[in-house]
Design a binder for this molecule. Structure first.
Ligand code: AMP
Length: 397
């Protein structure tokens, strides 16, 4: 059980609080085109303001690779955050991040005021977790709060290094939610616990499959990765996505599931197409009976029924990876059916980052899920059962 101290467990009144946020927003010509990440950060920031902290925000933005690239400055974020918070967010425009502007601004801060530092990745040491920059960041604050889940699987100065030089390091509300769902609900699930895995490759999800096989009651495998399982069982998969090198592994996983008493559900039919295109001809074929020049691009109607039935009475469901090429409307049906089944079940539903989160939102089921993770790589590593450096670095309760 991960029991990390959060912003609710500390008193920041009169203290300088450095908050690592995820302000990695899309920018076009200096304009923020999606401000979800800014809005998501507000509860933690507002709480710290209300408690009388001197709130110093920091984040990375894009990949400036250790250089002060003006197009990746956080200046537009300070402007928009000021509007969203209804109070000034002073921008400390230092190319070295912790420079004269930042130091003077922090020095002059009154309780409840907010400043934003420049893009932490302007400093080359940031992604190498260098000591000097970690110490500089720590020198600005008395307390550190990490609310950036997207980088939690990386050990950088602004989320891990800095914690070595401050006495108090806690998590914000966004991080707490990810820990509660992806960490604790997955490791201590209410049963029946069903995991649904899809996406392109078996090879990128091996550790996830192995970790989940130890925890779930039912494991559902769809998407591109299912054809390797089908081939391994002697099926014909035509031109479908296939990782021949992983056929033996797939057979081992089938055996392992049997030994552990885990119900493993694989597609029984597929939507197959004669080209990798939304305009291709398509039809339904039994799994393992795909003709030579055809490829499976979605799960079929029988499979949809079986997968959806399996989540009906579940108490916890975790989903990572689409059931087919959902980006093409003709092959989005299986992914949509699963999204709808999750929306309809009473279970705690947890969507693990990346493509599945995009699919659920794109299909309009976002607000029906218990938790949609904001971190692609980080959520996958959580599902692999790994300890995330950004989580580990926070103080335990
Ligand atoms: P991943 O990043 O491994 O979760 O894979 C997500 C990608 O897998 C999406 O872009 C899907 O279009 C793709 N995908 C899912 N099913 C298939 C399939 N049957 N054939 C080809 N690509 C697929």
């Amino acid at each position: 059980m991960l029991n990390k101290k959060s912003v609710d467990d500390i008193n920041v009144n009169g203290k300088r609080v450095l908050v690592r946020c995820d302000f990695n927003v899309p920018l076009i010509d200096g304009k923020i085109t999606d401000e979800n990440r800014l809005v998501a950060a507000l509860p933690t920031i507002k709480k710290l303001i209300a408690d009388g902290g001197k709130v110093i925000l920091c984040s990375h933005l894009g990949k400036p690779k250790g250089e002060a690239k003006p197009e990746l400055s956080l200046a537009p974020v300070a402007v928009r955050l000021s509007e969203l918070l209804g109070q000034e967010v002073k921008f400390a425009a230092d190319a070295v991040v912790v420079g004269d502007n930042a130091k003077a601004a922090v020095e002059a801060m009154k309780d409840g005021e907010v400043i934003l530092l420049e893009n932490t990745r302007y400093r080359a040491e940031e992604t190498k977790n260098g000591e000097a920059f970690s110490k500089e960041l720590a020198s600005l604050c008395d307390v550190f709060v990490n609310d950036a889940f997207g980088t939690a699987h990386r050990a950088h100065c602004s989320n891990v290094g800095v914690t070595e030089y401050v006495d108090t390091a806690v998590v914000g509300y966004l991080m707490q939610k990810e820990i509660d769902f992806l960490g604790n609900a997955v490791n201590n699930p209410e049963r029946p616990f069903v995991a649904i895995l899809g996406g392109a490759k078996v090879s990128s999800k091996i550790s996830v499959i192995e970790n989940l096989l130890d925890k779930v009651d039912t494991l559902i495998i769809g998407g591109g990765m299912s054809y390797t399982f089908s081939k391994a069982q002697g099926g014909s998969v035509g031109k479908s996505l296939l990782e021949e090198d992983y056929c033996e592994y797939a057979l081992n996983m089938i055996k392992k599931a049997e030994e552990k008493g885990v119900k493993l559900l694989l597609p029984v039919d597929n939507i197959i197409a004669d080209d990798f295109s939304n305009d291709a001809n398509f039809e339904t074929a039994k799994a393992g009976e795909i003709p030579a020049n055809w490829e499976g691009l979605d799960i079929g109607p029988e499979t949809e029924k079986i997968f959806c039935e399996a989540v009906k009475d579940a108490k916890t469901v975790v989903w990572n990876g689409p059931m087919g090429c959902f980006e093409m409307p003709n092959f989005a049906h299986g992914t949509e059916a699963v999204a709808k089944a999750l929306a309809d079940t009473k279970a705690t539903t947890i969507i693990g980052g990346g493509d599945s989160a995009a699919a659920v939102n794109q299909l309009g089921y976002g607000d029906k899920m218990t938790h949609i993770s904001t971190g692609g790589g980080a959520s996958l590593e959580f599902l692999e059962g790994k300890e995330l450096p950004g989580v580990a670095a926070a103080n335990n309760k």
